[in-house]
Design a protein around this ligand. Structure first.
Ligand code: ADP
Ligand code: MG
Length: 727
């Protein structure tokens, strides 16, 4: 083992586990640092409180004078908690979060100091954010961007800073962030779903989309990670021979959590609790050093904010515990990658989960309506869903022999499949009295008891119904849930809007009763969306073939998948649902293609650098030792020397071959990069995907062979077995 690797390992093993005292109950810690209803009631006037509540529930505007009052209350609360600064917290298109801190501190005319925060500072700010990606929007319009308060997500204190969740938009109105389109999509689904709910319950006047994500991640010792430039710069290992032991014994999944990791988790959960992130479950995942954390689900906008905040908190807490947290979807070759399941449902202001079967046939008709419409929307926009989860790092999972495939399909379980099959045979037009009774009692009426024993959950499906919610499983662990959530809610809003039109038309023109009309439309949807339903093994080769026959898309790479984001169908969808206009859609597409190319470019450079600066010099050094050895053997055994030096001479040759291969491949790869860099947009990304990426595996193959040949004492890079099994 090299000195660097030895020191890194030594540092790790000498570390005394930090122990966190857990004195407080979770419920007492929860949301202590959040300006939620409880703190608002305590610090605000009744008028301000009502105004904020109306903004949250009905999107009404907040008067400037009231905003001043709210700002003062917020400041008083923040100061009482020890905050010194405030920031507009937003989610630019980099996928991360951004913040710029300002002190509450001001100086009065007489020179005295005081704390100040007013409505203007709360409501709108102009960050000097000209270097955030904007896809040409701000250049085209020569407009600046500003951040504006999103009252639907409560302000919170992180460290000593009051963070105010905001949207980030250009002065001309175009969204420059991830949150704005999400909020618009959530508005669209609220409107569309509320309208449909009125068929079943007149008291419904608001529908919230709900999201519960499950965040997977790896924890690697910080000192060990720091000895790997690939991990530090790209978030994954570009090189490294697999460890003799990987995950084949299945001994990590749900196993006991090591003390040092447990301390990290407790600390993380404590911080999350204070910030109002309702984390609930934690466990080991399939791969060594891989874990998962999941919260109780929340309204989707808040839940997205909480996920991005959590990822930030995880980075900080992991530092304290001398870990590096890896969110990359595939940090290690040969063992499982990480995802972020997005559990999604719809919930009414009357407290009903619209994807939860009810106790009466009427409630179940409502359930079936939302259930079938969701399937139909996924059917109509499967390619767009695939595009919503595309990224350079997620390409390593989707369609690359690992869960889930790049083909989008829906799993609903055998019992619900049977219900849909039966519904498909409902008579067109008016129903006979017998059919009505039959439907109510035997088909729709049976759903709840059926679901209770619906245990056949298919783990290979990218979009599965799991009893009272759908679970989009193909989202990458590194991604911002806002992207897929914007698309999912938009397509379902569009679907529900169309459904309403069709049902109303049947009621008016065909004189059908409401239930009959609903059954009639659902029957057509069930027929029309059949090809998206798949109950079998989603990882198998047979499914790939079958999916082609069914006409489903299978876009394996990001540049290919992203095309669905700018088709006419997509632009029409976003414009109709008022989620994004053409300029916004195209700007985002441009940013995503660019980001893809940049990520591959960085990986390619790092791979070239490590191979040339770390691997080849080490291989040569070892080769020189072998050469010296052979020379020595020749001196001692002049006659028989070949007998004793056979292995060494063979090694010398093999090392030379690998070095030569690595060198020539790096050269070719660099040339391809140069060619790619002359291109732009789709062609630029395509070139990186089809011309540069293929070298990665090839170069890695030879480097990993050298890792096996070269003396362990000399090898400069921390090996898989050390990265994965050091706890
Ligand atoms: P898994 O078996 O895939 O780990 P779980 O049953 O543990 O799934 O579910 C997990 C997630 O589903 C949790 O994060 C939970 O908050 C979320 N969830 C449950 N009900 C809903 C709902 N109605 N809407 C959105 N998410 C939900
Ligand atoms: Mg899950």
């Amino acid at each position: 083992m090299s000195a660097i690797r030895f020191n890194a390992l030594q540092e790790t093993l000498n570390r005394v586990p930090l122990s966190i005292k857990e004195t407080n109950r979770r419920s007492e810690l929860f949301a202590q640092n959040v300006f939620n209803k409880r703190s608002m009631l305590q610090y605000m006037t009744k008028e301000s409180y009502t105004s904020v509540m109306n903004a949250i529930n009905y999107g009404s505007k907040i008067d400037r004078k009231i905003a001043d009052q709210i700002a003062v209350s917020m400041k008083d609360w923040a100061l009482s908690k020890g905050a010194t600064h405030y920031t507009h917290w937003f989610q630019p298109l980099t996928g991360a979060t951004a913040e710029k801190h300002d002190a509450f501190f001001e100086i009065a005319e007489d020179g005295s100091a005081f704390e100040h925060f007013d409505g203007g500072q709360l409501v709108q700010q102009e960050p000097d954010a000209s270097s955030f990606p904007n896809g040409g929007i701000r250049n085209t319009f020569e407009a600046r961007g500003y951040t504006a308060w999103d009252p639907t997500s409560p302000a919170f204190i992180y460290g000593t800073t009051l963070c105010i969740p905001t949207v980030f938009v250009a002065y001309t109105g175009e969204a420059l962030d991830n949150k704005t389109p999400l909020l618009r999509a959530l508005q669209a689904i609220d409107d569309a779903a509320t309208d449909v709910c009125k068929y079943f319950d007149k008291n419904v006047n608001k529908v919230n989309a709900t999201l519960g994500w499950e965040q997977e991640y790896f924890l690697i010792d910080k000192a060990l990670a720091a000895s790997r430039p690939d991990i530090m710069i790209t978030g994954r290992t570009l090189l490294g021979h697999s460890s003799a032991k990987g995950q084949q014994l299945d001994d990590h999944y749900f196993g006991s959590i090591p003390t040092r990791i447990m301390n990290f988790m407790r600390d993380l959960e404590r911080e999350s609790m204070l910030l109002g992130i309702p984390v609930k479950t934690r466990h080991n995942e399939v791969a060594p050093n891989q874990f998962e954390l999941a919260p109780i689900f929340e309204e989707a906008n808040l839940s997205v904010d909480h996920n991005t905040l959590l990822m930030d908190v995880m980075e900080k807490v992991s530092q304290r515990h001398h870990f590096k947290v890896l969110f990359h979807e595939k940090p290690f070759a040969g063992i499982n990658g990480s995802g972020k399941h997005n559990n999604w449902s719809l919930s009414t202001n009357t407290g009903v989960n619209l994807l939860s079967p009810g106790k009466t046939p009427m409630k179940n008709l409502q359930f079936l309506t939302f259930f079938v419409n969701t399937i139909k929307a996924v059917h109509d926009y499967e390619e767009l869903i695939r595009a919503s989860i595309a990224s350079a790092s997620n390409d390593h999972r989707l369609g690359a022999n690992e869960a889930p495939p790049a083909i989008i399909s829906v799993f609903i379980g055998s019992q619900l499949s049977q219900v849909l099959d039966e519904l498909e045979n409902v008579t067109k037009g008016k129903l006979s009295p017998k059919e009505k009774t039959d439907l109510k009692l035997n088909i729709v009426g049976k759903i709840p008891e059926i679901l209770l024993d619906n245990t056949d959950r298919n783990r290979t499906s990218p979009f599965a119904f799991t009893g009272n919610k759908f679970e989009l499983r193909a989202v990458g662990s590194w991604s911002n849930c806002a992207g897929p959530m914007t698309i999912l809610n938009t397509i379902i809003a569009k679907q529900l809007k169309d459904f309403k039109k069709e049902v109303d038309a049947l009621i008016e023109t065909k004189n059908l009763k409401k239930d009959e009309a609903v059954f009639n439309v659902l029957r057509e949807y069930i027929k029309a969306s059949k090809k998206i339903r798949f109950e079998g093994d989603g990882y198998g080769e047979a499914w790939e073939k079958e999916a082609v026959k069914r006409g489903l898309s299978n876009n394996k790479t990001t540049p290919e998948a992203l095309k669905a984001k700018v088709t006419e169908k997509t632009i029409t969808l976003f414009e109709e649902m008022k989620v994004m206009n053409k300029v916004e859609v195209e700007a985002r597409h441009e940013i995503e293609l660019e980001e893809y190319a940049k990520r591959i470019q960085i990986e390619s450079r790092v791979l070239g650098d490590i191979s040339r600066n770390h691997v080849i010099p080490t291989a040569i050094q070892y080769q020189n030792t072998l050469i010296e050895n052979v020379k020595g053997l020749k001196e001692i055994f002049s006659k028989d020397f070949e007998k004793f030096a056979k292995e060494q001479i063979d090694l010398i040759k093999r090392i030379s071959n690998h070095i030569a291969e690595i060198n020539s491949k790096i050269e070719e790869m660099t040339n391809e990069r140069k060619k790619a860099n002359k291109l732009a947009g789709q062609k630029h990304a395509d070139a990186y995907c089809s011309k540069v990426v293929p070298f990665f595996e090839n170069i890695r193959y030879h480097v990993d062979k050298l890792e096996l040949l070269v003396d362990d004492n000399l090898w400069p890079l921390t090996k898989y077995r050390e990265l994965l099994f050091t706890k």
